[in-house]
Design a binder for this molecule. Structure first.
Ligand code: ADP
Ligand code: MG
Length: 394
């Protein structure tokens, strides 16, 4: 279902409450990665340029009540710098609350086109409880609600879901973009559609595997979950990560998959899952008993890359190996490269795979890197996200 966006609303002269995901990594007040903020700039700029009062609300970290170190002040400052680059001349204002009379008077004082950052919404325990009274109070300083926090839209919290029941609620441009890429890949993809699924555990990816298997032409499996599939086929996996209680399920998935599942042909094995000189590549049926599978091998990379390059749509979730460790990152790097060489639509679905592609500097060479870890996972599982469900349909 298509959702209404800010373009569908007359926002001039309106007070617009925007839920953003400014939950960025921050160390001693220094923001380490502001990608999520940058992704929201088009929405904020559009609202400011069109003479709305822009009231931003986000969470930051996991505070238990008020926490001085998790105030939104450095975020408001960074936003001001980012908006300056867009030609925005005013200060980004900041209040220490989300709901009281101070907020009310701040909003009243704003000029149209001004931006106000509210305090960390998770300082209020009512936020995560999706407390109706709190949601209502949040709504009282605004005329329109905009959700642009894709990364939190799988949570039914007061600022992502509850508040939308009290105001006309629409999507911002980031949510629109996420829905366009992820939604189209699932509902109406150009074929062949290829999924690459990796990461640590089958258990966390079952939903994705089952939902995508119905839609894809091929599913390439890498990462730690490989070994649960291999063991389910009766193969030796050495000391590799295996989820014993998922062996039956892996077997069933493979039976249902109609040869759509493509497993590795070779594996990098090591004496430990950390930096070591004792590692080598072996064929998939020659994994030594005393070693750990830590990455996909070169032949597998070649096989996977060929399939990826010929695809029209690629969805990638989960690294191919223990990419945090030197020498075990090649599979992930090479698959990322293959994605950049594919001429079709290439989508990286959040979490560790997204940070891997960022670190490699490839983020701009794929069609879309999702800003949602858990949210993109749930979306790809076919679940309806509460913060999106609650927005008005077109
Ligand atoms: P994502 O966040 O992209 O969904 P996951 O969180 O499922 O991915 O998995 C990422 C983790 O999987 C990484 O920390 C990586 O080290 C681990 N991993 C990948 N391959 C293996 C392997 N062969 N053995 C153990 N862990 C692995
Ligand atoms: Mg992860």
């Amino acid at each position: 279902m298509q959702k209404k966006t800010i373009k569908d609303m007359d926002i001039k002269g309106m007070r617009v409450l925007v839920r953003v995901d400014f939950n960025v990594p921050i160390e001693n007040g220094v923001i380490e990665d502001d990608r999520k903020m940058k992704e929201t700039i088009p929405t904020i700029k559009y609202l400011a340029d069109n003479n709305a009062k822009v009231i931003l609300v986000s969470h930051l970290g996991r505070p238990k009540g008020f926490d001085e170190s998790l105030r939104m002040n450095p975020i408001a400052k960074r936003l001001e710098e980012l908006m300056k680059k867009e030609g925005y001349k005013n200060k980004v204002m900041k209040t220490n609350h989300c709901i009281n009379s101070e907020v009310k008077s701040n909003v009243a004082k704003m000029n149209f086109g001004d931006i106000l950052m509210l305090e960390n919404v998770r300082f209020y325990p009512e936020e995560e409880k999706n407390d109706v009274g709190f949601a209502k109070k949040l709504s009282e300083n605004a005329d329109i609600y905009v959700n642009d926090a894709f990364g939190t839209s799988h949570r039914a919290h007061a600022s992502t879901e509850g508040v939308a029941k009290f105001l006309p609620a629409v999507a911002g441009f980031l949510i629109e973009k996420e829905l366009n890429y992820l939604g189209k890949a699932l509902a109406n993809p150009e074929k062949p559609l290829i999924a690459i699924v990796g990461g640590a555990k089958v258990s966390t990816k079952i939903g994705i595997i089952e939902n995508l298997l119905n839609k894809v032409d091929k599913m390439l499996i890498g990462g730690g979950m490989t070994f649960t599939f291999l063991k389910a086929k009766g193969m030796e996996v050495g000391k590799s990560m295996v989820e014993e209680d998922k062996l039956e399920l892996a077997k069933k998935i493979m039976e249902k998959a109609n040869n759509k599942i493509v497993l590795p042909d070779d594996i990098v094995v090591a004496d430990k899952v950390e930096e070591t000189n004792n590692y080598k590549t072996v064929s998939i049926n020659a994994i030594p008993k005393e070693m750990y599978g830590v990455d996909i091998g070169e032949k597998t990379v070649e096989k996977f890359a060929k399939i990826i390059k010929n695809a029209k749509t690629v969805v990638w979730n989960g690294p191919m190996g223990v990419f945090e460790v030197k020498n075990f990152d090649k599979g992930t790097i090479e698959i990322a490269k293959a994605l950049t060489e594919c001429k079709g639509t290439t989508i990286v679905g959040g979490g560790d795979s997204a940070s891997a592609i960022e670190k490699l500097g490839f983020a701009n060479k794929v069609s879309h890197v999702s800003t949602g870890g858990g949210a993109s996972l749930e979306f790809l599982e076919g679940k309806e996200l509460p913060g999106i469900k609650v927005l008005m349909d077109k």
